[in-house]
Design a protein. Structure first.
Length: 651
């Protein structure tokens, strides 16, 4: 037994969950205002049993339960290797930089926690040098490269993109210098080299707690499923926080997507590699030029309007069928030409590998006969994306879970629908797993209420948003802003923005006009702010206190019925004798609605009103399923009750 393991075994004898988490325990000495909660202790003991039995648990913990400490304390006390996967960067940073350092002390554990991100998050010194010495850039890009070079040489120790605040987060120049797999010369990159990623991976192997995101975990899952090795080290305990997002993210990685920007980037890199390492091979350059022309023709054949195409619709588009097959033929010719010269340079070898992968994927996409995977395309005036998406990830996910072994925890505030875990369980193949629910400790009956106005038209009414805002106006004035307006579409959000811009005298903050974190900071600091958002503000946003008193949701968040994935999943369920609305559309809407409603009350001191506009909540039978799944707020139908709640004071 190693010295560390011996220490851990000794610690386990000395400290229990109660020692750490009770009111006069070690956490209370380290965290100001810490108070033990029975639901948190119960959850921690359930997770200890899960770890001891190496079983699987779905755990729904209401907002305020303290689920992070509830799963981390028994995991740390076990002394076993832990992987924690989350959906958001915010929670990752909180775990690694705030929660885990405190908990290691409270548990008296000598281990370490590490954060591992996808390769794209780390700079590649080799790519940096190539980009600076070979490529042509605009003056602005040269300035950004100079800032990255200064950061690389003088400031960073990890090479993590999160440390670089002088270049915009999504700037295309980063894609040229990051450690993406298609550029990696893995044989030459090792722990002793200048490359950051091997060092980070090595540290991940040694950490007791490794924090990743769902995208990286699912990328690892897809590699294992396809027999290509793995990214992540083996662990004894796998914890998925914000687990409700996991099935959709898994579907992305167990399928694939090819976008116009990826193909254009490939063509640019082929031209660059040819010019640098095989300048006399004119054939490669000519084929690359033809590929470039065909990419534009592909986009033109799909039209200029934003649209989502099913395979059935695409089959009738003869021009598209001709062009996409011609493009695949050209791409396969490029692969063969590059293969003949790939030994002449690293860049030629890298682009040959990438071109071959795209050709294989595009061929699979065109010829797929897999009933579990659907082919569809997103297109607009200057972009397109080919998608192959599995209808169900339950098979591969459960298969890999069984092969990997260990204890598996899936937790979130929103896993159940009307008290049942069936929907989430079926999506990941967890039907045989145990489930538990711990309600929020918040007093929803006293802290807030739902205002559901009567007399609103059906959401399809062309004046629906205008009428909703008219109903909301007295509440917005009573709360002096301090409101989130959450919409199910960008179109509705922009319509509301246009109306409010002419009437609201305070700050009007709109998703997309500034980075999300900037909008949130402005919202918290402004005195009379209204924030308008779509899906990205329905979850993962935490505003406590008087800054947020009112949350308004325009309609039930059903997926668009003409969406190719929606149509395919409903058809798939129909073949199995199931109702697509009941077994797919409604559960998805319930989970999203629970997330949106969860923005309002984030602390025991919070007070406020949740305004739900959609009349279908009371006029349709399925409205009861949604209402029963929401927090236990009182429901009122007279605006004056809502205004009174918004203006009440604590006395």
């Amino acid at each position: 037994m190693s010295e560390n393991k011996a220490k851990l075994s000794k610690t386990q004898d000395q400290r229990s969950i109660e020692d750490v988490m009770k009111n006069d325990g070690y956490l209370a000495k380290l965290v100001n205002g810490y108070a033990s909660r029975q639901s948190q202790l119960d959850m921690a003991h359930e997770i200890k049993a899960l770890i001891d039995e190496k079983s699987t648990l779905m755990a729904e913990a209401g907002t305020g339960t303290g689920k992070t400490f509830a799963y981390l304390v028994p995991a740390l006390l076990s002394g076993k290797k832990v992987i924690v996967s989350t959906a958001t960067k915010t929670l990752q940073e909180q775990l690694v930089h705030k929660d885990l350092p405190i908990l290691f002390k409270a548990c008296d554990i000598p281990g370490k926690a590490r954060l591992l991100k996808g390769r794209d998050n780390y700079v590649c010194p080799q790519r940096m040098e190539i980009t600076e010495t070979v490529e042509q850039h605009s003056r602005e890009d040269w300035k950004k490269l100079a800032l990255i070079r200064e950061w690389l040489e003088q400031k960073t120790r990890s090479g993590d993109r999160a440390e670089l605040d002088s270049v915009p987060e999504n700037d295309m120049i980063w894609r040229k210098v990051c450690a993406r797999m298609e550029f990696c010369q893995a044989a030459e990159c090792h722990v002793e080299s200048d490359c950051f990623y091997p060092k980070i991976k090595n540290q991940a192997q040694e950490a007791q707690v490794l924090v990743v995101n769902h995208h990286l975990f699912c990328a690892d899952l897809a590699l294992r499923e396809n027999g290509f090795g793995e990214i992540l080290p083996e662990a004894d305990i796998y914890i998925f926080d914000e687990a409700h997002q996991l099935p959709d993210i898994a579907a992305q990685f167990l399928g694939f997507a090819i976008s116009r920007s990826q193909l254009e980037e490939l063509v640019r890199d082929i031209k660059q590699a040819q010019q640098l390492e095989a300048p006399e091979t004119r054939k490669i350059k000519d084929l690359a030029e033809q590929l470039d022309d065909n990419i534009k023709s592909l986009n033109d054949s799909l039209g200029k309007w934003e649209k989502r195409w099913t395979w059935e619709k695409l089959n009738d588009e003869k021009a598209f069928q001709v062009i996409v097959k011609r493009f695949l033929s050209l791409l396969e010719q490029v692969v063969e030409q590059l293969k003949s010269v790939e030994e002449r340079g690293k860049q030629l070898a890298a682009v040959q590998k990438r071109a071959k992968e795209f050709a294989t994927q595009l061929s699979d996409w065109l010829n797929s006969q897999n009933e579990n995977k659907i082919r569809w395309v997103e297109s607009a005036q200057a972009r397109f994306k080919f998608n192959l998406t599995p209808l169900s990830v339950a098979g591969p996910f459960s298969r890999q879970r069984e092969q990997i072994g260990g204890a598996w925890l899936f937790t979130s505030a929103t896993l159940s629908v009307n008290g049942s875990f069936d929907y989430f369980a079926k999506r990941l193949g967890l039907q045989e797993s145990k489930n538990c629910h711990w309600p929020s400790p918040f007093d929803y009956q006293k802290q807030a209420l739902v205002y559901h106005p009567v007399g609103l038209p059906e959401p399809r009414d062309p004046n629906y948003i205008k009428i909703c805002l008219r109903a909301a106006w007295p509440l917005l004035k009573a709360s002096k802003g301090c409101a989130f307006l959450l919409f199910t579409s960008h179109k509705a959000m922009q319509e509301a923005r246009a109306i409010l811009a002419d009437h609201w005298s305070g700050d009007l903050l709109v998703q997309g006009e500034q980075p999300k974190l900037t909008l949130l900071q402005k919202f918290k600091s402004a005195e009379q702010a209204i924030l308008l958002g779509t899906s990205s503000f329905w979850e993962g946003v935490d505003v406590k206190g008087d800054a947020l008193k009112l949350v308004i949701i325009d309609r039930i968040p059903f997926a668009p019925p003409d969406d190719p994935i929606v149509q395919a999943r409903e058809a798939y369920l129909k073949e199995k004798g199931l109702n697509g609305f009941v077994h797919f559309q409604l559960p998805e809407a319930v989970i999203a609605m629970k997330q949106g409603a969860g923005r309002l009350i984030r602390d025991v001191e919070d007070r406020g009103v949740l305004m739900l506009c959609d009349p279908r909540l009371s006029s349709k039978n399925y409205g009861n399923v949604i209402r029963n799944s929401l927090p236990d707020f009182p429901w009122v139908y007279d605006a004056q009750y809502a205004i009174n709640k918004l203006t009440e004071t604590d006395e």
